[in-house]
Design a binder for this molecule. Structure first.
Ligand code: BTN
Length: 220
C-alpha cells in the first residue's frame, strides 16, 4: 500500500512492529499492524493493541540516534492528531488522558520510531498506569490511513529539524516542561525547562537543579 509516497508494509497481525523493523533495518521502512500480539511500551510495559482500534506503526529512520529524536516523534504525533499536550519525553495526552505513546529504539546505529495512537477504542481496562483515551472518545473522527499519512509527513518533518528547534517546539507544546510540580526518576520538584539535548530539568525541594535522563514525569 502506498501512503504519503511511501511503500507501507501493512500486516493483519504481528508480534510487534518494532520486532518486524528489527528484522530488516532499511531506512524508510514503514510497518503497520492491524493487531499486535506482543505490543511493546516504554520500560518493558505492554502496549495493548486490539485489532483495528489503534494505529500501531514503526518507521525506520534514516538519521543517527540522538536523545532529542524521541521528543521530535512526540511532536510528530501531536501534529498528526492535530491536538494534544506532551508529557515529557513523548506521551500525548488529551484532557489529561494518554492517547498516544512513542517508543524510540536504537539498533545498529539506526532508530526505530514506534508510535501507537488510540483511534477507535471506546473503553480501556481498569488499572492502567495512566488513564487512557482514544480519538473517538474525544470526538476526533479520522481513519487510521488518514492518520498514518499525516504521521509519516510529520515524522519526516520533525526529525529533520535542528535540535534547538525541536526543544523549542516541544517546550511550547507541553504544559509540563515548566513550573509543574512533578515526580520524575525518584526526584520530586518543580520542572524548569529542557536542556539543549532535550533532557528535563527539575528543581528539587532543596533548590538543586537536577537533570532527568530517563523515565517519565507524573504531576504530583
Ligand atoms: C509507550 O508510551 O509506552 C510507548 C508505546 C509505543 C507503542 C507502539 S505501537 C507501534 C510500535 N510497536 C510496538 O510494539 N510498540 C510501538
Amino acid at each position: 500500500m502506498n501512503i504519503a509516497g511511501r511503500e507501507v508494509e501493512w500486516f493483519p497481525e504481528l508480534d510487534s512492529t518494532m520486532l518486524e523493523a528489527r528484522r530488516d533495518l532499511r531506512p524508510g521502512r514503514v510497518i503497520v499492524a492491524d493487531r499486535q500480539t506482543a505490543g511493546m511500551g516504554r520500560h518493558g510495559r505492554v502496549w495493548l493493541s486490539p485489532a483495528g482500534e489503534g494505529l500501531y506503526v514503526s518507521i525506520v529512520l534514516g538519521v543517527p540516534p540522538a536523545p532529542v529524536l524521541s521528543l521530535a516523534l512526540g511532536l510528530a504525533a501531536v501534529a498528526a492528531i492535530g491536538a494534544g499536550d506532551l508529557r515529557w519525553p513523548n506521551d500525548v495526552l488529551l484532557g489529561g488522558r494518554k492517547v498516544a505513546g512513542v517508543l524510540a529504539q536504537s539498533e545498529q546505529n539506526r532508530v526505530i520510531a514506534g508510535i501507537g495512537i488510540n483511534v477507535l477504542q471506546r473503553e480501556f481496562p481498569d488499572g492502567l498506569d495512566t488513564p487512557a483515551t482514544s480519538l473517538a472518545m474525544e470526538g476526533i473522527e479520522t481513519t487510521r490511513e488518514a492518520l498514518l499519512e499525516r504521521l509519516i509527513e510529520a515524522v519526516d518533518r520533525c526529525v529533520a529539524l535542528p535540535s534547538e528547534e525541536i526543544v523549542r517546539r516541544f517546550t511550547a507544546a507541553s504544559s509540563m516542561v515548566s513550573g509543574r510540580r512533578v515526580t520524575a526518576d525518584g526526584i520530586v520538584g518543580v520542572t524548569c525547562g529542557l536542556d539543549a539535548s532535550g533532557f528535563l530539568r527539575v528543581r528539587d525541594d532543596n533548590g538543586t537543579e537536577r537533570t532527568i535522563l530517563a523515565g517519565g514525569v507524573r504531576p504530583v
